[in-house]
Design a protein around this ligand. Structure first.
Ligand SMILES: [Zn+2]
Ligand SMILES: [Zn+2]
Length: 146
């Protein structure tokens, strides 16, 4: 009886605790997501939100995918450049990322920017920041690796 009670109590906790097997940076789970970098607040204003974009969020950017869904970037070391990089606003990009669909958040790993007909690859070096190039699954550019 006692065991059953504990099991019953533990059940809802397990249900809200998320996927306990989820681990960070599982490259097998990265996906490609294409869309346009937009200011999330300004997009929400169009739908009637009083986003007050200039007050706190300072035009924090996210991604609008082909279906019109808005995604927020996880604002970590990599994501911050996407959230704040004004030169990316309005540009079409293709992210290599992890998606968290319930929250509509994406954690960026790399991205490509559409430039005319070409896609230009950008990667993140933890010493140099975002740079053009492809560092694969590493977080250091060629110069910093040596
Ligand atoms: Zn805005
Ligand atoms: Zn570097």
């Amino acid at each position: 009886m006692r065991k059953l009670l504990i099991a019953l109590l533990a059940l809802p906790l397990a249900a809200i605790a998320g996927d306990k097997d989820a681990k960070k940076r599982d490259f097998a789970k990265t996906v490609r997501l294409q869309g346009t970098v937009v200011c999330l607040g300004c997009e929400l204003e169009k739908d009637g939100a009083d986003a007050q974009c200039t007050l706190h969020a300072k035009h924090a950017q996210g991604l609008r995918d082909a279906d019109g869904n808005l995604w927020s970037f996880v604002d970590n070391l990599r994501g911050h450049g996407l959230v704040t990089g004004e030169s990316l606003r309005g540009r079409e990009i293709r992210l290599r990322c992890w998606t968290f669909p319930k929250a509509r958040f994406v954690e960026a790993w790399q991205y490509e920017v559409k430039d005319g007909d070409a896609w230009v690859q950008w990667s993140y070096c933890r010493d140099c920041g975002w740079e053009k190039g492809d560092y694969g699954d590493t977080d250091l550019c060629g110069d910093c690796k040596e």
